[in-house]
Ligand binder design. Structure first.
Ligand SMILES: Nc1ncnc2c1ncn2[C@@H]1O[C@H](COP(=O)(O)OP(=O)(O)OP(=O)(O)O)[C@@H](O)[C@H]1O
Ligand SMILES: [Mg+2]
Length: 238
C-alpha cells in the first residue's frame, strides 16, 4: 500500500492553475525529490498534502484514508510533518525551547528530554542549544526547524527547500541526514540544487506548469531532454 496517494489533484487560484491534474504516490520508507522551475506548483502540492490548502479537484489519500475535510492540525496528528519553504521557528526562543515546543504534544518528562537530546545530536545543534534562534545563521535555523518536524517522528516527512541558505558542507551533511531519515520514514524533498539532488539519489519527480513532467530515477531524469528544456535559461546547474 502507498503511504500517500495523490489522485488527479488540481488547485486553482482564481484564473491561475497552480496544479492541473497531478497523480503521485510514495511507498513506506521510500524517498523522492521533487524539482521544477519557479512557479511549477511544488509548494502548492505540499500545501495540499498538509491541508494548508483545500484542493479544487482530486483527492489525497494518506494510509488508505482521504484527508479531505480534515484540518491541518488533524492531518499533522495523522502523521504528516512539513518543513515549509518559509522557516517556521520562534525567533525569540532558544534552540532547546523551539524543539521542546514541537515535542511537547507527543512527549513529556524524561522521554521528552531524551528525545530533545537525540534531536540536538542528530542535527549537530548541541553546542547551540541555549542560543536564541533569531540570532542564528539561516542554515542553523533550517536545522532547528528540521528537528521540530522530525522530532515527533511523522511517518511522512515533507521538506520544502531544506538546503536553502546552507553552506556546501552543511547541505552535504543534510543530504546524508535525509538519507538516514528515509530508512524509517517516507520523505519527499523539494529542492533546486541539482548537486544536492544527486547526493540524495533515488527517485525524482519533475513538476512543470502544475503537472508531473517526468517521474524516474535521478540519472534518467537529469539526462532527460524534456527536463533540460524546462530549465533552459534558468540558473539550475546540471
Ligand atoms: N496563495 C496563492 N494565491 C495565488 N496564486 C498562488 C498562491 N500560491 C501560489 N500561487 C501561484 O501558483 C503557482 C505555483 O506556485 P508554487 O509556490 O506552488 O510554486 P513552486 O514550484 O513552489 O515555486 P518556487 O520554486 O518558486 O518555490 C505560481 O504561479 C504562484 O504564483
Ligand atoms: Mg516553492
Amino acid at each position: 500500500m502507498s503511504m500517500i496517494e495523490v489522485q488527479n489533484l488540481g488547485m486553482r487560484f482564481g484564473g491561475v492553475v497552480a496544479l492541473a491534474s497531478v497523480n503521485f504516490a510514495i511507498k513506506t520508507k521510500e524517498h523522492c525529490c521533487v524539482i521544477g522551475p519557479n512557479g511549477a506548483g511544488k509548494s502548492t502540492f505540499f500545501k495540499c498534502l498538509t491541508g494548508q490548502l483545500k484542493p479544487t479537484d482530486g483527492d489525497v489519500v494518506f494510509k488508505g484514508k482521504s484527508i479531505r475535510g480534515y484540518q491541518p492540525h488533524q492531518i499533522a496528528q495523522m502523521g504528516i510533518g512539513i518543513k515549509t519553504q518559509v522557516p517556521n521557528v520562534f525567533d525569540g526562543l532558544t534552540v532547546d525551547e523551539n524543539i521542546q515546543v514541537a515535542l511537547r504534544r507527543h512527549y513529556s518528562g524524561a522521554a521528552l528530554r531524551a528525545r530533545l537530546d537525540e534531536m540536538l545530536e542528530t542535527m549537530h545543534l548541541v553546542d547551540l542549544r541555549n542560543e536564541i534562534v533569531g540570532k542564528l545563521a539561516h542554515g542553523h535555523r533550517q536545522l532547528v526547524e528540521l528537528a521540530m518536524v522530525v522530532g515527533p517522528s511523522p511517518e511522512l516527512i515533507l521538506l520544502d527547500e531544506p538546503a536553502a541558505g546552507m553552506t556546501k558542507s552543511e547541505s552535504n551533511r543534510l543530504a546524508g541526514l535525509i538519507k538516514e531519515l528515509a530508512r524509517n520514514h517516507s520523505v519527499i524533498v523539494v529542492e533546486h540544487d541539482m548537486q544536492f539532488i544527486r547526493l540524495i539519489g533515488g527517485r525524482v519527480t519533475v513538476f512543470n506548469r502544475g503537472e508531473v513532467l517526468v517521474d524516474d530515477h535521478v540519472d534518467q531524469v537529469l539526462n532527460d531532454q524534456r527536463v533540460k528544456n524546462v530549465y533552459l535559461g534558468k540558473q539550475a546547474a546540471f
